[in-house]
Design a protein around this ligand. Sequence first.
Ligand code: HEM
Length: 138
Amino acid sequence: MSFDDIFDESFDRVLSASVNGTDFFEAFYQRFLRASPEIQMLFRDTDMARQRSMLKKSFYSLVAFYASGTVDDVLRRVAHCHSAEALNIKPHLYDLWMECLIDTVRVFDPEYTDNVELAWRLILSPGITYMKFGYDHF
Ligand code: HEM
């Protein structure tokens, strides 16, 4: 099976799973906020329900970027709003973001394997690189 297919199937499994009454994106943000005081600080005034739904939407743009090699308007706007001239999200925080995401997949995907982990990393890497690059390129 290709990494694309491994990712698609794992993504379907995590979206339909619930662990202790919590869905995938909710569990991801709980983990991400616990990961560092810097992150907690950045989200101190944020409506997390709205935040989850915004991430869900932009997540498709990250995946689409891997597939098409073209940046859509959603991803461009999100990168700009995280850049040094707006939210000022430092590039190293994306590595933490990715580790928290993988740890959440590990909990939510009952068929998790090394290849599942690698598939998520491969598919999201171009989008993460784009976001990091955008930090000081707007
Ligand atoms: C590829 C990874 C990421 C994606 C796709 C993403 C996506 C988003 C989206 C769609 C929004 C809402 C923008 C809006 O209101 O129009 C947002 C807001 C935000 N993001 Fe991210 N994000 C990512 C990584 C990060 C990281 C690493 C941090 C670091 C802590 C972060 C911190 C924030 C903050 C502080 C806000 C504003 C929350 C508020 O409105 O109070 N994001 N993000």
